[in-house]
Design a protein around this ligand. Structure first.
Ligand SMILES: NC(=O)C1=CN([C@@H]2O[C@H](COP(=O)(O)OP(=O)(O)OC[C@H]3O[C@@H](n4cnc5c(N)ncnc54)[C@H](O)[C@@H]3O)[C@@H](O)[C@H]2O)C=CC1
Ligand SMILES: O=C(O)C(=O)CO
Length: 312
């Protein structure tokens, strides 16, 4: 079995060595331009079109959870990957725990008013503030898939009222489930902390806009852990300036790296991380990929296949 590997920023040699240990029966090579030799599988992130074009592969694995970049490349180059070639993505592989750490720490930061205490500290003011009540701190999670469901589970342990919004109704302990565009307004009404974990699709792009933000509870908080394209940045800035939204924690942006002149950098109510909410963990990702390849080779059911029409 032949496997080609391409990632623009990972240590490709490290990955190929680790993959070779996990799949001793496979010949795994780093793909470089001009390599047209046959391959059964391709493991990729932001691949050049020529890497995949014209190949008859048994499967392509995206080395991350989101497949928006590869699907948008496919839209512009429809012959990059034959319709019948399955595309897979990483499901969890250590990302859920990282999302849980990120979401829980930031929710507690807001709930315990550490943002306000930081402001008071800058004024050298010793001033105990009123506590927030849990029942006024409803957390709404946009997207209740692999990562959203796990984030809900970790916040449930802290006793917050929880709700989620997804395409179909979910059954998650302690979480009120809202489904479909007809129920989005009900989901937003009373939501104090909005956490975004949707995939980037034509239906979800720009979803966090003026109209959505207006429907949140007053003094709400927004955490974007999914993709920058979900947020209309000018609408978020306006909601922050008006006080409707009290704080935002943003990991992803329309343009990455976020340009130095973007007003989000300077806004006192915005916290920023550089797209690190959950990174691909090699050991877990390699275990998932090698297990899935084994299942495919044996003709078994696999999980993680992307529905190209649906867009995630
Ligand atoms: N910031 C970061 O470091 C990372 C960001 N991500 C982002 O997180 C996203 C989510 O990942 P997973 O949970 O693994 O995806 P998933 O596919 O398991 O879950 C997606 C959820 O969104 C819902 N959804 C999709 N379209 C919808 C629509 N039109 N209306 C309502 N609900 C809709 C689905 O029903 C599902 O509940 C990824 O697509 C990726 O963009 C993933 C990993 C790291
Ligand atoms: O896996 C993904 O989709 C990511 O965004 C990794 O940072």
């Amino acid at each position: 079995m032949d496997i080609i590997f391409y990632h623009p920023s990972f240590d490709n040699h490290y990955w190929v060595n680790a993959l070779s240990r996990a799949l001793p029966q496979a010949n795994i090579r780093i793909w470089t331009r001009g390599d047209n030799a046959p391959a059964d599988y391709a493991l990729v992130w932001h691949p050049p079109v020529e890497m995949l074009k014209g190949r008859t592969l048994k499967g392509v694995f995206a080395l991350g959870a989101g497949v928006d970049a590869i699907l948008s490349q496919l839209k512009n180059n429809p012959d990059m990957l034959g319709e019948s070639i399955p595309l897979f993505r990483l499901e969890d592989t250590g990302m859920a725990l990282q999302m849980q750490e990120y979401a829980v720490s930031q929710v507690l930061h807001w709930f315990r008013r550490f943002d306000d205490y930081q402001t008071l500290k800058q004024q050298a003011k010793w001033q105990p503030l009123d506590e927030y009540e849990r029942e006024d701190f409803t957390i709404g999670i946009l997207g209740a898939g692999v990562l959203g469901a796990k984030v809900a589970e970790s916040l449930h342990a802290w006793g917050f009222p929880l709700r989620c919004w997804s395409r179909s109704r979910k059954s998650l302990p302690g979480v009120t489930s809202f489904a479909g565009s007809n129920e989005l307004s009900d989901f937003l009404h009373g939501t104090r902390v909005l956490i975004n974990l949707l995939p980037n699709t034509p239906e979800t792009a720009g979803i966090i806009n003026h109209s959505l933000l207006e429907q949140l509870a007053d003094n709400s908080y927004v955490m974007n852990l999914a993709r920058g394209v979900h947020v209309v940045e000018s609408d978020l800035l306006q909601a922050l300036d008006s006080g409707k939204v009290k704080g935002a924690m943003l990991d992803v942006f329309n343009q990455e790296p976020l340009p130095a002149n973007n007003p989000l950098w300077a806004h006192p109510c915005v916290a920023i991380t550089p797209h690190v909410a959950a990174v691909t963990r090699p050991a877990e990702a390699i275990a998932f990929i090698s297990r899935t390849i084994g299942q495919l080779e044996r003709g078994e059911q696999v999980s993680g296949r992307v529905d190209r029409q649906r867009g995630y």
